[in-house]
Write a protein that binds this ligand. Structure first.
Ligand SMILES: NC(=O)c1ccc[n+]([C@@H]2O[C@H](COP(=O)([O-])OP(=O)(O)OC[C@H]3O[C@@H](n4cnc5c(N)ncnc54)[C@H](OP(=O)(O)O)[C@@H]3O)[C@@H](O)[C@H]2O)c1
Length: 286
């Protein structure tokens, strides 16, 4: 894993507006690790899981009172967010390693129902390599998956619901189909309401997850959901893998749905490279 954009660690990281009035004080966006090896606080070896996890640690002070929403997505050179309906063809071994590491740092992984259905998600497992780190932070052994849905048309008999170490969450609106919500509860899911109609309000979703005790938030999209988080101004960070591939076609980009009134600016925090893939990390400007 090579550092292409070596930056020095900033003493303080920017505040998260999603944290609300109790969050850290706002500041100009500062760079995150990884930076120049040898600088205090900069991990030496990004080829170890520990080094990588240190490099991608959530900003200091992130907790339920100051949540931080990070997105992790992959895109081809032409902007395609999937090939034939799956993101796997755009991925590689290092991307999977980073994906797994980001999951292991998170309290909860928030995923749109479209992605759950397309990619066939199962529950996340507890990983030995992260057990100590998670216990020290008071995290459950494995992160929960929170599925964002309005129709709740999910297979509640699947392992995602029946075999989850940390119960899977259904994030939905107050007017979601009652029978489906009941079926989710019976399957062991925790139901969190984050909207008045059938849909979920993205900013409220962050607040409700925080109210549940979760501040280290990771979303893996998909494009519809990520676009809404960005539109609501609650996406703090984007970890975007750029695959050295083109697919053309009409695959969506990593965000879809209504456009924003104005482009939102993010600042690069780090760029790593392996096998021609770029692992970029951007933090939203305040
Ligand atoms: N490149 C990448 O990194 C990446 C990552 C993830 C997914 N993908 C690809 O993206 C494709 C899926 O795209 P997508 O945009 O359909 O995925 P998505 O955003 O995961 O799913 C859309 C669905 O999520 C639910 N949803 C989204 N916003 C909601 C809200 N505010 N309230 C309630 N429910 C909400 C709805 O589910 P209900 O219909 O159940 O109401 C909606 O139909 C797949 O091909 C997948 O492979 C790529």
């Amino acid at each position: 894993m090579r550092r292409l954009y070596p930056v020095h660690p900033a003493p303080d990281l920017p505040a998260s507006p999603s944290a609300g009035p109790t969050g850290r004080e706002a500041d100009a966006a500062g760079p995150l690790v990884p930076g120049t090896p040898g600088t205090p606080g900069v991990p030496e070896d990004l080829d170890t899981l520990e080094g990588l996890a240190e490099a991608y640690a959530y900003p200091p002070g992130t907790d339920a009172s100051a949540p931080w929403l990070r997105g992790n997505m992959v895109s081809g050179l032409d902007g395609a967010a999937h090939h034939a309906g799956h993101s796997r063809p755009l991925s590689c071994e290092a991307d999977v390693r980073i994906l797994g590491m980001l999951r292991a740092l998170a309290d909860v992984v928030v995923v749109g129902a479209g992605t759950i259905r397309a990619e066939g998600y199962g529950p996340l497992r507890a990983r030995k390599a992260f057990a100590g780190r998670r216990a020290a932070l008071g995290q459950t052994p494995a992160p929960a998956i929170a599925v964002v849905t309005s129709g709740c048309d999910l297979d509640f008999s699947s392992p995602l619901f029946t075999e989850a170490l940390t119960p899977t969450v259904l994030l939905t609106g107050a007017a979601a189909p009652e029978a489906r919500v009941r079926a989710a509860r019976e399957a062991g899911a925790v139901v969190i309401t984050a909207g008045e109609g059938t849909g979920v309000d993205p900013a409220r979703a962050v607040r409700e997850l925080a109210r549940h005790g979760w501040g280290r938030l990771l979303t893996e999209g998909g494009p519809q959901l990520l676009g809404q988080f960005a539109g609501a101004g609650v996406l703090d960070e984007l970890c975007l893998t750029i695959a050295p591939m083109v697919t053309s076609g009409d695959a969506s980009r990593i965000m879809s749905g209504p456009g924003l009134d104005e482009p939102r600016r993010f600042s690069p925090a780090s760029i790593l490279e392996e096998d021609g893939f770029l692992f970029t990390r951007y933090v939203r400007n305040r």
